[in-house]
Design a protein around this ligand. Sequence first.
Ligand code: ADP
Ligand code: DAR
Length: 369
Amino acid sequence: MDIARPLQPTADEERFLAKLAQLRVSHPDNLCARYLTRDLFTSFGAAERERLHDCCRSGAENPESTVGCYILRPEDLHDFDAFFGPLIRQHHGTLAAEQCITDQNADDMDLAALGLPVMSTRVRVARNLKGFRLPASMDRGERIRLEQSMVQALRVLIDDPLYGGRVYSLTPEFGPDPANPNLIDDRQYQALVDAHIMFRNMDQDRFMKSGGLAADWPYGRACYVSADRSVIVWIGEEDHLRIISMRTGAELFEAYDRLRQTLTAIEAIPGIDFVHDGAYGYVASCPSNLGTGLRASVRVTMPSLTKPGVDTKAICRRFGLSARGVGGEDAPIGADGRMDLSPIRRLFLTDRDILATLFGGLGRLAALA
Ligand code: ADP
Ligand code: DAR
């Protein structure tokens, strides 16, 4: 940490600070603007300011951001604790026991008994691998090496009769290496996106583009899908890996149990070692995904909650749930009542806490339906 007297901000830093000050008034939910004050920013030396500016560029360029910042290096969490600490605790709400335990079960949470029209269940974790820089700091060559390394590692699943399946890749070519055997064309890619299997075009996501996460698109981006399409591994999206278990219907326990089996299989692969922080659990690009990195979501149809004049998101928030459309994180909630519901808080909670929040919140919503 630079102990010299605070340097006068550069012209570019002054513009950045002025933008954040304006957002604190116009967009109070933008946590990056709320917590990165001028005094805090100028308390750092030139090198730290450059790093912190890179972490917060997305929040300054996208006023409607809710988090507004990304973690570019694992050490950012503690080098900028005065910024990330309060922001993380605000986003995840009051602290429960500061534990991040993944080995829980949920066999006593029968969503079907709630009588809600649950169409599908998806549970996923975010993971980043040691030996690679975090996604927003990678270059094209590193992104390609990550994909090639994971394609090799995931042969363990492909060769396992319980999984099978294949990798679908968007990387046009691997440079001097032989052609990409998993490359798919635009039609195949769009079909996988429409099936809610593959991630959307990151270059069209303004938050990820500002934050550096979409750089080199589509190089180093791929997706493993099991033969029965119940297990999916995104490679090179917002985190190095998103390990996903998805099923039709309300089988939350089965989906979670399959995820845990898959996580255990991947963690046993030689060379796989996830970035983990003693205070914040598994390190993710976004502070919203720290901890166990588990997002458990159900897709329901509740027209009574989405009709005009009903503040769907506020009602769901009251029960600890965030509501989003069925087309992904920023998709609007349709008037047809279809939406994706998942717990807001994921940090300092066990997986079981997260699953129980989903189960309890849905029970409260069922009473309103
Ligand atoms: P993440 O959970 O990694 O943040 P998104 O929320 O962007 O990912 O969702 C990624 C894709 O998964 C989207 O196409 C979304 O519609 C789909 N999805 C999310 N939850 C469910 C669910 N419960 N059932 C089916 N598809 C889902
Ligand atoms: N849209 C960004 C990120 C919010 C959390 N979702 C993630 N990480 N996909 C925002 O700050 O609103």
